[in-house]
Each structure stands twice: as C-alpha cells, then as structure tokens.
Design a protein around this ligand. Sequence first.
Ligand code: PHE
Length: 450
Amino acid sequence: MSASRGKFNSRIGFILAAAGSAVGLGNIWGFPTQAAGNGGAAFVLMYLILAFCLAYPAFMAELIIGRHGQSNAVESLRKISTSKSQKHFAFIVGFGGIVCAALIMSFYAIVAGWMLAFTAEPITTAIGATQTSLWLTEQSLSRNLIFTSIFTILTIFIISRGVENGIEKWSKRLMPALVAILVSLTIYVLTLDGAVDGLKAYLIPDFSLLFKPSLVVSALGQAFFSLSLGTSVIIIYGSYVSKNENLVTLGVSVTLIDVFIAFLAGLLIVPAMYVAAAKGVQIFDANGALISGDTLVFTVLPALFDGMGSVGIFVSLSFFSLMSIASLTSSISMLEAPVSYTVERFNISRNKATLIIGLIIFTVSSIIIFNFSALFGFVIALTTQYGQPIIGMFCCIFVGWIWHRSSLLEELKSGNDNIENQLFWKIWPWYTKLVCPLAIGLVFIHSVAS
Ligand code: PHE
C-alpha cells in the first residue's frame, strides 16, 4: 500500500486505541442505564453472553477484513469481493458503515458536550459563579451548541494528527487515566451507605427475566454499540494493524477490556444510585422500577455529589472528566472512518479532509440541537437499532459467504502460524457464516416488529 498510510506502532497502541473506541458513553452511560432499566443482574448476564457469543465473532470479522484490505472500509470490502455485484454490495456496506459512524458522531458529540459542561460545573461552583453553573447544567441552545463545538474541535484536532501521533498517542494517554479514575471512584462509592443494596441489585440475577425479548434485544444492541460494530470503525482500525500481529489475541484483548470496563462502570453507577437513595434522592419511578434514561447520569449523580459536601466537587470533577475522556477516545474513531475514506478516495490531505468532514458532522449536530425532540432519539434509533446490526450482519456475510476460505486462512495465519490447529479456526468460520447472521437477523426482526 502507499507509504503515506498510517500504522499503529505497537501492539499496545492498537489495543488501547481499539479499546478506546469501544469504551465510551456506551459503557459508562449506556450499559449501567440499560442494566438499571432492564432488571439489573439479568441484563448483565445476558449482555456478557451476547458480547462473547455474537459481538466478539462479528468484531473479528471486521478486524480481519480491515487488516487484509489495508485500506478504508469500502476498498477493504471490495478486495474480498470477486464479481461486479459483490463489489457493489461492498460499496453499500462500507459506505453505509461510514455514514453510520458519522451520524453516530453527530449525536454523540452532543452528549459528550454535556459531559464537558458538567466537568466545568464543579469549578464554576467552587469559585462562586452560580449563574454560570446553572447555565452549564441546564438544557439550552447556547450551551449545547458551544459544548458540542468544543468537543468536535478536540476530536478534529486529534484526527488531523494522524494514526501514530493522534489516535495512538492520545489513546495511550487517555485510556490509563480513564481506568484510574474509574477504579478510584468505584472503590470510593462502594464504601458509602446504601452501596451494598446496589451491589445486590447489580449482581444477583432474577433468572425469570433473562430471556425476556426486550431484554435480549437491548443487550445485543448494547453489545454492538459498545464494540463499535457495523460502523466500519473496526475495519479501518484493523487496516492499521501490522501483518505480524496475532489478530485472534488482539480481538480477545479488546473485547475483554470493553466488557470489563462496562461491568466496572455498572459497579460504580448502580451502587451510586442506591447511595443517592440512602441520601433521599428519588431513584425509583412510579412503577417501582429503577429510573433510567439520561436522567440517571445528569440528575441522580449530581444530586449524590452535592450531598457529599466539599469532597463532592472533586468526585464530580473526576466523574465527568472520566466521561469526557471516554467519549473522546470513541469519537476519534468515528471521525477516522469517514476521514480515511475521503483521504484515500479523493486523494486530499488529511488536514483538509478532517476539517471538511468535521464541519459536516457539526452541521448535522446543530440541526439535531435545533430540532432536539424530533431528531435526537430518531438518529440514535436509526443508527444503533437499524444501521449497526444490519451492517454488522453484512460484514459476517462477507466473511462467511463471499471471502474465499483459503485467502481468509492466509490472512489469519499472518502473525499466527498455527491458527489451523487452534479452536478458533475450528469454530469461528462456520459460526460467523451461519450462527451470527441468523441470530443477529432474528433479534433485529424482533426489535423492528416490536
Ligand atoms: N463503542 C462506543 C461506546 O461504547 C461508541 C461507538 C459506536 C464508537 C460506534 C465507534 C463507533 O461509547
């Protein structure tokens, strides 16, 4: 491939960048919220099953397509297609994924903007700027536009610096910071009154809820969103992986980190809700179920932090910085998907492509902000409930039905000579060919039907 293509310089660089993409609002905001709204531990259990049994194989499919193609998502999919119609299909799937990533970024930047605003709030409160604090924490056009643009600019800055100096370097800095803040906060919250009740709700499953269709659908959607599937992001990150790397262990590492962080975030947030309840904050709705939705992070937790006195300022600052960092390592992957395509397809400079795409995405974010009630939920549903599962399923179909088995094996052998004798090669190919598309398809049809 052309010498100008970026490459991850180290194994740990790739793992942290891909885990950085995977670990985001989906883990720290989405997962605990969904767990709280779907019966706690039963959801956690189903999520673990689906993450390993469906999302991990699909993740491997995208990773391998990318490493083989050493190019943007459209080109990488085209490389494994032989007939003309397959190449058309490759374009639809690859380009669909890129559009999906850009659309996800357009709403993600809004939520991440809220996180930035909530990070600034403890500081304005500490210096007594009450009016500013209020503005930072209340919904308004001005706040949303300003913070969405700050977040988008940060993302543009990192992506314009390329793979090694941007994505890899920043992921290596931000991911350890994220884990450190998350672990310290969790330990702290678990020492507070009420936390044990939260732990019970989070860890002891009610097995009768396990196969509830709505729970299964939410858990699968959550697993796909969390592993950044169906957006061409993993294809493009895979394309920056060296041919000497063992893809199977890379994929396992990223999946384990992602699942572990989601689990840890639940260990923080669900007990934190019960701690808040012990301090008199309302955490159950009229039906006696745990409240969920965006209220969880933006009302229950600040109420909890407020009740902690001066420590609360630090806890709040750490928590919302954590959310902002996690959002940033994910949004850079979303922007990289369209940028890499534009750079390679139209042969323009990375800086220019990043700026143009960043501006387009910011325009879409602004349209959403101006038409919030009509568009925000709609774009989330369109991308996460429809776009991601369908495109993720098509990637499995590419690997299972279109890609020649011998060429697939050769790609996997690169960096892992012995793959033919390993369990992975005995199970994964037919599993990805038959079980994944069928299971994803079934869950998808069910979610559309209901
Ligand atoms: N996986 C990210 C999260 O959990 C979100 C994401 C989706 C990132 C799609 C890239 C592509 O927050």
